[in-house]
Write a protein that binds this ligand. Structure first.
Ligand SMILES: Cc1ncc(COP(=O)(O)O)c(C=O)c1O
Length: 321
């Protein structure tokens, strides 16, 4: 793996531990990687990506980050916390009209110091790119250099956070004397987490089957985009492997009524994890991912007794929205 500059922000390695009660309940050997405990603000997966992106921003002499997300975006919350801790201004472009009351992650992003701007568009993901480029140009006229953090921090550079996470997990298993897991289950949203994990596991844990449970149907989550991003992440890490859609295991069966809309199976998983293991998931991402893990075990596609690792990517603060 190539050494790419990284601005240290999080508390790594995050723990891996057994989930004994749920393991017993569903008949597999289930472990969890606690990336909800990455150490800044409320934790979560974006901190790993931001270590690379902020390093890049600083090397380019930028003093402002511009990013975008949904009103309850975990990405905006984490980018704000990481950016402010790194001494940068953070402009966050939010999808929608300004609400009268700030709740959940929006409230936390404000508290952490985000300069919030509200932008309404039917095609937010596409249109916000132009909006962010315009803001960058305006700031440049004021003599300020701004760095655009892509939605979800998901580009090849950000994905290095999860290539590195794969290396970290392989080391943790080795130190513990454990064989690699048979299956690894992780979220697919804007794609950077899955891409980094898929690229990294192909290198560090080639026998482990990576299953991406996708929680949205937007452009980023399409298999072609995921395969392209995985290939770019692998190439940037210095791994000599091509990626096509057929190389990826992506499952779109657990989205429920749509992105950000709770599903009964996802809510069941949030409840099970809270009441059986004392761990908080969220209804948009990790609850649905865990519902996918349950579903794959129930259908037998993950056979009984399998050694399975679930990556907790954070987001539980959204429960308070
Ligand atoms: C809690 C949580 N889990 C998973 C994801 C998905 O990660 P990615 O966008 O890298 O696909 C997100 C994205 O925002 C998230 O907030």
């Amino acid at each position: 793996m190539l050494s790419i500059p990284r601005f240290q922000l999080g508390c790594f390695p995050t723990p891996i531990h057994d989930l004994p009660v749920l393991s017993e309940d569903i008949g597999i050997q289930l472990k969890i990687k606690r990336d909800d405990l990455t150490g800044i603000a409320a934790g979560g997966n974006k901190i790993r990506k931001l270590e690379y992106l902020i390093s890049d921003a600083k090397s380019k002499g930028c003093s402002v980050l511009i990013t975008a997300g949904a009103l309850q975006s975990n990405h905006v919350l984490q980018t704000t916390a990481a950016g402010r801790k790194s001494g940068m201004r953070v402009i966050a472009v939010m999808d929608g009209a300004e609400p009268q009351v700030y709740s959940g992650n929006l409230r936390l992003s404000k508290l952490l110091g985000a300069e919030l701007e509200f932008f309404k568009s039917e095609r937010f993901v596409e249109d916000v790119r132009e909006y962010m480029a315009q803001r960058q140009a305006q700031l440049s006229q004021e003599g300020l250099k701004a760095y655009i953090v892509p939605v979800g921090g998901s580009n090849a550079l950000g994905s290095q956070g999860y290539v590195n996470c794969a290396r970290e997990m392989a080391e943790q298993y080795q130190v513990a004397g454990d064989a690699p897991p048979d299956y690894l289950v992780v979220a697919g949203g804007s794609g950077g987490t899955f891409a980094g994990i898929a690229a990294g596991c192909a290198h560090f844990w080639p026998t482990t089957k990576v299953i991406g449970i996708v929680i949205t149907t937007n452009y980023f989550a399409q298999p072609e985009h995921m395969a392209r991003l995985t290939g770019e992440a692998a190439a940037l890490a210095g791994f000599d492997q091509e990626w096509t859609v057929d190389d990826l295991e992506l499952n779109y069966s657990y989205i429920g009524p749509g992105y950000g809309m709770p599903s009964p199976a996802g809510d069941f998983a949030v409840n099970a994890m809270a009441s059986r293991e004392g761990i908080l998931l969220d209804p948009t991402y990790t609850g649905k991912v865990m519902s996918g893990l349950f579903g794959e075990v129930e259908s037998g596609r993950i056979p009984p007794g399998s050694r399975v690792l679930f990556i907790h990517t954070g987001g539980a603060t959204a429960l308070l929205a």
